[in-house]
Design a protein around this ligand. Structure first.
Ligand code: FAD
Length: 280
């Protein structure tokens, strides 16, 4: 098997709800760091800013340890003034990268919408802070669930690049052709920013199905059927999941993906196991 050129690997965390969760997250981060020094760690932001304080707490904890941390920032549920204050805070913490999103619409349906879409948030960040931040935005090789047409979804993606995004991270997918097609479209339209595949490990069938239904990621039939068949046989399910996702990552890197962004679910083991399977 040929060695793959060194890609940029990054890891995503969500802010834990408890002190014990925070302690565990710090151990996870240290384990990942000791194993392969990810390029950066991103920290998600809850729907409508619901985890604002806990996101900030984790970002501060990591930034104070000089760890390269990239907070997610969303515009739904936040006023321009609140976003401005957050940007100032992140600048004071020497944060230099943001994952910039519209954000998921809260279940209540209520949200502040001074900025309605991610491209407007990117423009606002550029207006407020110039080139201080490296800005990553979201990309959807299988299309965003609310999108009207594939064409309009891609046009809206391009708006985020025009507004000043430096790179994109994809929603997770298991159909590699969707990513290849997305990259072909980027090339066709002269978009040359890095588009890093988001990688979701497969460890739990129920939660994967639930989340995939919400975010519009397809679980191909051959994967779903096999996961269903394993049912409570956790060990076989996880071994199969590891194999599937490692193969996906290997193929992505072989076809030129600039890196991989791991949705770690705050666990180190699976991400490390996938990474170890890649002969990097
Ligand atoms: P946008 O780019 O604004 O697109 C949203 C929808 O609106 C799309 O259907 C698009 O086609 C459409 N659209 C865009 N512009 C226009 C326009 N001008 N007119 C009409 N329609 C338009 N969510 C969170 O809440 N917190 C997180 O931390 C978080 N992290 C994420 C990280 C990654 C890598 C990814 C891929 C997603 C993440 N999400 C997160 C989910 C994301 O917030 C949702 O998918 C959200 O619904 C869309 O965000 P967006 O930035 O892609 O929005």
């Amino acid at each position: 098997m040929s060695a793959i050129p060194k890609p940029a690997l990054s890891c995503e965390f969500f802010p834990p709800r408890t002190e014990a969760g925070v302690e565990k997250l710090l151990v996870t981060q240290q384990t990942l760091e000791d194993t392969f020094q990810p390029a950066y760690y991103s920290v998600t932001f809850g729907a409508g800013g619901t985890t604002r304080d806990s996101t900030l707490e984790i970002v501060k904890l990591l930034a104070e340890k000089n760890i390269n941390v990239a907070p997610h920032i969303s515009c739904i549920g936040s006023s321009k003034q609140q976003i401005k204050e957050l940007l100032e805070l992140y600048q004071s913490l020497d944060v230099t990268r943001l994952v910039t999103l519209r954000g998921d619409i809260p279940e209540t349906g209520e949200s502040t919408k001074e900025l309605s879409h991610a491209n407007e948030l990117v423009s606002f960040i550029r207006e407020m802070t110039g080139d201080h931040f490296t800005i990553e935005v979201a990309a959807y090789p299988e299309y965003h669930p609310e999108s009207n047409t594939p064409q309009s979804d891609f046009e809206y993606f391009k708006n985020k690049i025009t507004a000043g995004a430096n790179g994109a991270i994809t929603q997770y997918f298991y159909n590699i052709d969707a990513y290849s097609r997305f990259m072909d479209n980027c090339q066709r339209d002269g978009i040359d920013i890095p588009v890093t595949p988001g990688i979701m490990p497969i460890t739990n069938f129920t939660s994967l199905t639930r989340f995939s239904d919400i975010c519009g990621a397809e679980i191909p039939r051959w994967i779903r059927k096999q996961l269903e068949a394993y049912a409570d046989d956790k060990e076989s399910l996880q071994a199969f999941g590891l194999d599937v996702v490692s193969n996906l990552c290997r193929q992505l890197l072989e076809q030129g993906a600039p890196g991989l962004h791991f949705y770690t679910l705050n666990q180190a083991d699976t991400t490390i196991a996938i990474r170890n399977n890649l002969s990097l």
